[in-house]
Design a protein around this ligand. Structure first.
Ligand SMILES: Nc1ncnc2c1ncn2[C@@H]1O[C@H](COP(=O)(O)OP(=O)(O)O)[C@@H](O)[C@H]1O
Ligand SMILES: [Mg+2]
Length: 259
């Protein structure tokens, strides 16, 4: 089906955002779509307002104006419809890995034993088998990120927002996790919006990229200045994509648009 005829899984319509009730505008005219089973990136420099946008999309804050629309329904300012993984989404150090993962279920009233069982069933699929009773500090950064993603998945929504999910990891772990996330998101049928300042990450992971520019700290509200289609690699060639001409050319275009 022509993607343009689909109702998007997530749509932002002309959002205007401020953290102080309107005195400082962080971002304006933020309009974007994420289709079913698609991963889209919003790329911008640090401080340009990415996290502010994500909070509004997740319903954690209310935009000054504009709407957040989920499968055609207005959900502006109401949390609980969209799953999110925050930038500082550290696991709770005093809870075992299984209880960190099961937290969203417990928070919605599922009894602890049942929540553990329901989370536990997914450990193998998320590459976490055997870590259930470990403490977060015993896991590598990459494994902790998988737990954080499992926890996000257990929030139970088809639309997922990710705030710089791989930025604290070393390059090789990041590379592995990108490919892992892409295949997991496809298998699970998630529509993902990832925000990042990392151009490599954006090109490697998404089918479309929105460029966010501005400097709200200096009084220039950010806005989306371009939308780029990322050339898609052939199935099976994912490993070499990041070395291909198409990848590097796309990266150059995105970098130029950010400068
Ligand atoms: N609660 C707040 N108080 C003061 N300034 C804020 C607050 N929230 C965001 N800002 C400012 O808004 C701008 C955008 O921040 P943020 O959304 O975190 O950017 P990014 O995620 O792109 O790095 C920055 O200039 C930041 O300093
Ligand atoms: Mg941020």
């Amino acid at each position: 089906m022509d993607a343009s005829l689909q109702t998007p899984a997530l749509e932002a319509r002309n959002l205007v955002l401020s953290w102080d009730g309107g005195e400082t505008i962080v971002a304006r005219d933020i309009s974007l779509t994420v289709n079913e089973s698609e991963t889209v990136c919003l790329v911008g420099k640090s401080g340009c307002g990415k996290t502010t946008i994500l909070h509004a999309l997740a319903g954690l804050t209310r935009p000054l104006s504009g709407a957040v629309v989920l499968e055609g329904q207005d959900v502006t300012g109401t949390p609980g419809h969209i799953s999110y993984m925050l930038q500082k989404d550290l696991l709770i150090p005093s809870k075992k890995v299984i209880d960190n993962a099961a937290l969203p279920l417990v928070l919605t009233g599922v009894p602890k034993k049942e929540a553990r069982e329901r989370a536990g069933i997914l450990f193998e699929r998320f590459g976490l088998a055997g870590t259930e009773n470990s403490w977060p500090y015993q896991l590598s950064g990459g494994m902790r990120q998988r737990v954080a993603f499992l926890r996000t998945y257990l929030m139970g929504n088809k639309v997922v927002l990710l705030d710089e999910p791989f930025s604290a990891l070393d390059a090789l772990t990041r590379h592995d996790l990108r490919n892992w996330y892409k295949s997991m998101a496809q298998q699970l049928g998630l529509a993902s919006l990832m925000i990042t300042h990392d151009v490599d990450e954006a090109v490697a992971m998404s089918s479309r990229i929105y460029i966010l520019r501005g400097n709200p700290g200096a009084g220039v509200p950010s806005t989306i200045t371009a939308e780029i289609e990322v050339p898609q690699q052939e199935a099976g060639a994912e490993k070499d994509f990041e070395l291909s001409y198409e990848f590097i050319d796309c990266k150059r275009r995105v970098t130029e648009l950010l400068m």
